[in-house]
Design a protein around this ligand. Structure first.
Ligand SMILES: Cc1ncc(COP(=O)(O)O)c(C=O)c1O
Length: 392
């Protein structure tokens, strides 16, 4: 659990439901689609995009993921503690190695080595430093090296990567476990730049082959996120890194090659108050909505402080299988919806904020359109005060 809620206290009437059976079904569908020799790294950073890192890691490793990836040292430690605990309790284990994305500040390095976390090394000086620290601890560290082929984020520019790779290979206490790149645009229809990035990456790989450095059995080449996995089979190489797809969310509306995946996360709340308002009455901060006729308004105990995007008179929720529009601007802890015309609503009725009810569905893509953002942002912004409930 990543919220303070525990089974001894009543659950707050605004919560996140994680459907573990759906996750398993998605994983089976993806596994059936994957070439059998292709390895996969389960990306569970930022609490597996708000779903709970430990819970998602446990299922993905059980389904065959051979590496877990996070973005911070704390995230790596949380996973490692859970792995050790599971082993001690002799419960189903998920002992895959843990890779931390991004650059590590110098004061984290010794700690990462001590805990056997795989890390990135993206310059020759830092490589020597990590090598020395590893030597002091009598360890060999698994390192991945990022080739920047156009995202201009982490990594060494593809034109300058070769000497750094060669330098890393000279260091006895470093094991080059991966050579990777990351796409800037893998889930759009236009794959021109993705193909150019792939060409740049392949160019470095070819140079390494010519120098008889590759293929090395212990060095995995990996470039694909979920979008790349779906749409760029030529970029699969040895391993793919998937975060969003097993969660049942397609990276974009045009990137949906594997059919039948369904979202694992729903967001729900309950009606906390119902009131009648008169023509001319206003609703919400800034008087963002003015009633033109008598309306029935419900107050929901969830707001932007819980991660709902800050909207004004935009979007709807589902109640009794019907759409009820959001009225006014949502507040930190509450939002108001127009219930007029919905038959017999009751206090504490269940309301779907994201997910399915009856024949209606609100997708993460709908919420991201209302909030002018992307699905990744919506999923990761649900706050810790929203209890996560895992249902089979
Ligand atoms: C380096 C890297 N690889 C893979 C992923 C997974 O991406 P996705 O969730 O689209 O599969 C991410 C996520 O942002 C990432 O930063």
């Amino acid at each position: 659990m990543i919220s303070p809620h525990n089974s001894q206290t009543p659950i707050r009437p605004a919560w996140i439901e994680i459907n573990v059976s759906q996750l398993r079904q998605n994983l089976a569908t993806i596994r059936a689609d994957m070439p059998p020799t292709l390895k996969w790294c389960s990306v569970v950073k930022d609490q597996a995009y708000g779903h709970g890192a430990v819970e998602i890691a446990r299922e993905t490793v059980r389904a065959g993921a051979s590496l877990l990836a996070v973005a911070t040292l704390d995230e790596a430690l949380e996973l490692r503690q859970a792995q050790l605990q599971q082993a001690q309790l002799r419960q189903a284990q998920f002992g895959a190695p843990i890779l931390i994305f991004g650059e590590r500040p110098p004061n984290e390095l010794a700690f990462c080595i001590e805990n056997d976390f795989s890390i990135f090394v993206n310059d020759a000086t830092q490589a020597k430093q990590i090598n020395e620290l590893a030597q002091q601890q009598g360890k060999r560290v698994n390192v991945h090296l990022e080739i920047d082929t156009g995202l201009s984020r982490y990594g060494i520019r593809w034109t300058k990567a070769l000497p750094v790779i060669e330098a890393v290979l000279q260091l006895a206490n470093l094991q080059l476990a991966g050579l990777m790149t990351h796409f800037a645009m893998s889930d759009e229809l236009d794959k021109t730049f993705a193909h150019e990035q792939l060409r740049r990456f392949a160019e470095v790989a070819q140079q390494l082959r010519e120098r008889k450095i590759l293929p090395a059995p212990q060095t995995r080449l990996h470039t694909c996120n979920s979008g790349g996995y779906l749409d760029l089979p030529a970029a699969h190489f040895d391993m793919v890194r998937m975060g969003i797809l097993p969660l049942g969310v397609y990276p974009s509306k045009v990137c949906r090659r594997v059919a039948g995946l369904m979202p694992v996360m729903s967001v729900k709340t309950r009606i906390a108050a119902i009131k009648e308002i008169e023509p001319g009455d206003t609703v919400g901060y800034g008087m963002g909505y003015r009633a033109e006729s008598s309306r029935t308004i419900a107050v929901l105990p969830i707001g932007y402080g819980d991660g709902f995007p800050r909207v004004r008179n935009t979007g709807y929720v589902l109640i009794r299988g019907q759409r009820a529009p959001i009225t006014g601007g949502n507040a930190m802890d509450a939002m108001m919806i127009d219930l007029t015309g919905i038959p017999a609503p009751q206090l504490w009725d269940e309301v779907v904020i994201m997910g399915q009810q009856g024949h209606e569905e609100i997708s993460v893509h709908d919420l991201s359109a209302w909030g002018s953002t992307v699905s990744y942002d919506i999923m990761t912004r649900w706050s810790v005060r929203m209890p996560r409930v895992y249902v089979e």
